[in-house]
Design a protein. Structure first.
Length: 687
């Protein structure tokens, strides 16, 4: 053989087709569990980040789940919503109904606090498909014997899945179909029995580990009041104590607040203590900032001796409970230079090259009285465990609500670990996230398990800003994990609007906060006494801020908003529509200085329409468009609106009505919309 012949032979061998695969090898390599399962489940709501985080609900809520559930072809489908408490070994289930365009919905009640899991299951329903076809044949006046036999086979197989009476009844129905009794095919009892014992052999289950965190009612509805204990004294010659706070409880209760939040009550450091108006050098006797936690007398598990003892704290808790008020504590994870942690665990802090411990900074601001924790230190596990023990200590004392200071400056991983552990042991604990930072960070903290969150409401002033922001908060997926808590002011925030506002400004901001959200709070007595002097023009800091000095407040000032706040809180308590957020809807009103929105209960028995004049200086008027269908009102029906703030009654007609608000009277309406009673009537014919 020549060299050329050998080369050509090798070339032919190189391009020769591979051996033909066997028949078995030609079969599609698809897992058995997928081969005959035709249903697709997607677009599940609620589903927070593909199930990575829990959805939030309140005990007693109706949990509504929707999903796109479909399959190839024209077969009929069935679907079930599965749910259970996390610790329960078996699932409960409830049918899902087809809404429109392959969108399905199911509901169940979450009766108790704790963690629940939910999943979805869908399958091609051969019996429903057969029954649908039989309906068409019978409507056309035709009987198809073979179809009756097919149905009988389906029913027979169901009888094998059933037991006792159900099995007997199904066999009887199958016999009727075999005898040619066409009417049996449409018997409602047969449909009910087949639905009770479906063939789910090829069902598809959607279960990526979806979780619901169910909290107690206070998590969903509450009014918070913040005050500094050291400013609670009625005696201008001495600072306040926990006993003085106890004496202030009736005053707080008289305004209708549910939660009394206290800034840190721990010992305050002396090193680099801040003076009046945040002065770098403190004058003699300056009390310092409560957030500079830690001294010789103790740290995060101690009470400042100037405020009292643990016995005093227990008295305060007991008195608050008698008035229906819960005490919320501040959880501020930072330390003064004098904190015992600095001596015992220097590794928990960042040491600079000059040998000094790194204090808190927000250039050009320096907070030399505060050392932040270094969560990247080699003993981070020990730090995590100690901070967890701080929560456990105060929980043991009877505290169940915490406002967490600046959580966005601590690692997400820490909060995920801590909150999961706390909620498993203490499912009634409520954690409020004080994170005025970037939106994605605020939302991430809520997803990690913070029960409630501060918001940007404080800086949303214009009508379009409020409508845009609260539409975002009340739209999935945000509303499923984020519970807003609205504050018109805080010790750190005196907005320009309040600095230059009038009495009407404070009133309108209160009404907005109290009705836009089921949770809101004020920092008092600064708010009800309309404190508005800034430390420096153009800054949001209070002049003579309580953060750095003891204040004495005259609670009997004749212009106090005490009575107005009490009325608003009473309206909130008396109207179930204001105790939740999901029904919030804005309404068209042809004046940019007037904002209108409503909340409504599921059965439309309680309808609240709020209209606020955001111009603190001028009368504003306009025409509000009423959503008659939403309110279950006819186009020609007369209905009554009762202003719960002023007590006035108005008779309205149709979908457009005139409103006028004078800021020097009351800058808002909180209307109860009342339909004319159909059966039982109250005194004026409206219910």
């Amino acid at each position: 053989m020549t060299v050329r012949t050998v080369a050509r032979s090798a070339e032919r061998n190189a391009v020769r087709a591979p051996p033909r695969p066997s028949a078995q090898e030609q079969q599609p390599q698809v897992p058995e569990e997928r081969g005959r399962r035709r249903v697709v489940i997607e677009g599940v709501s609620p589903e927070v980040d593909c199930g990575r985080f829990a959805a939030k609900r309140i005990a007693g809520d109706r949990m509504t789940v929707e999903a796109d559930i479909f399959a190839d072809g024209h077969d009929q489908l069935s679907a079930r919503l599965l749910y259970r408490r996390e610790e329960a070994p078996t699932w409960s289930e409830t049918p899902m109904e087809l809404l429109v365009n392959d969108r399905w919905r199911g509901e169940f009640i979450v009766p108790e606090i704790g963690r629940y899991r939910y999943a979805l299951r869908g399958w091609v329903d051969l019996f429903k498909t057969w029954r649908y076809g039989m309906e068409r044949w019978l409507e056309a006046g035709e009987t198809v014997p073979v179809e009756l036999k097919i149905g009988a086979d389906l029913v027979d197989r169901a009888s094998e899945r059933a037991a006792d009476d159900d099995s007997d009844r199904l066999r009887a129905f199958a016999g009727g179909l075999r005898r040619g009794e066409s009417a049996v095919a449409l018997d409602p009892e047969l449909a009910e029995l087949m639905d009770r014992h479906p063939d789910t052999e090829f069902a598809v289950t959607y279960d990526p580990g979806l979780v619901i965190e169910v909290d107690r009612p206070r998590a969903g509805f509450g009014a918070w009041y913040e005050m500094f204990p050291r400013s609670a004294s009625s005696d201008p010659d001495r600072a306040g104590t926990l006993r003085d706070v106890e004496s202030r409880i009736p005053y707080v209760a008289s305004m209708g607040f549910d939660v009394l939040y206290l800034p840190p009550i721990h010992p305050i450091g002396r090193t680099k203590r801040k003076g009046k108006n945040n002065a770098v050098v403190a004058e003699k006797g300056a009390p310092g900032s409560p957030w500079a936690i830690g001294a010789v007398s103790g740290g995060h598990k101690a009470i400042d001796p100037a405020l009292g003892t643990m016995d005093d704290f227990q008295r305060l808790l007991a008195t608050a409970r008698r008035y229906g008020i819960e005490i919320a504590m501040d959880a501020a994870f930072q330390a003064s230079p004098d904190h015992p942690y600095v001596v015992e665990h220097l590794e928990w802090f960042r040491v600079r090259p000059d040998g000094m411990v790194q204090y808190a900074e927000n250039p050009p601001k320096r907070y030399e009285d505060i050392y932040p924790f270094n969560f990247e230190n080699h003993d981070w596990r020990g730090l995590w465990a100690e901070l967890e023990s701080v929560f456990e200590f105060w929980i043991d004392q009877g505290v169940r609500i915490f406002r967490v200071d600046n959580p966005h400056t601590k690692p997400f991983a820490f909060w995920a670990w801590l909150i999961e552990r706390l909620k498993r042991r203490h499912p009634d604990v409520i954690l409020l996230s004080e994170a005025f930072t970037r939106p994605k960070v605020v939302y991430q903290l809520a997803k990690l398990g913070f029960t409630q969150s501060y918001t940007y409401f404080t800086w949303r002033r214009a009508k379009w800003e409020l409508e845009e922001y609260f539409t975002e908060l009340n739209r999935p997926p945000v509303r499923d994990f984020f519970r807003p808590n609205l504050w018109p002011n805080t010790p750190d925030i005196l907005t320009e609007q309040l600095q230059y506002g009038t009495r009407a400004t404070f009133q309108s901001r209160l009404v907005l906060a109290a009705t836009l959200s089921a949770n809101y709070g004020i920092y008092g007595p600064a708010f009800e006494l309309m404190e508005q002097a800034p430390a420096v023009a153009g800054k949001e800091e209070y002049l003579n801020s309580e953060k750095y000095e003891v204040r004495h407040w005259n609670l009997d000032q004749p212009d106090s908003l005490h009575d107005f706040i009490a009325r608003v809180n009473r309206i909130r308590r008396d109207n179930p529509a204001l105790k939740a957020n999901q029904s919030l809807q804005f309404h068209r009103l042809d004046n940019e200085q007037l904002i209108a929105y409503s909340k409504i209960t599921e059965d439309a028995a309680n309808i609240i329409l709020t209209i606020v004049n955001m111009d603190a200086h001028n009368r504003q008027s306009g025409w509000v468009e009423m959503p008659l269908e939403r309110f279950k009102l006819g186009p020609d029906e007369a209905y009554q609106v009762h202003d719960l703030l002023s007590g006035a009654y108005y008779l309205w007609h149709g979908d457009r009505n005139y409103v006028e608000l004078h800021p020097d009277v009351v800058p808002a309406h909180i209307f109860s919309v009342r339909r004319r009673a159909r059966t039982e009537r109250d005194f004026d014919g409206f219910a």
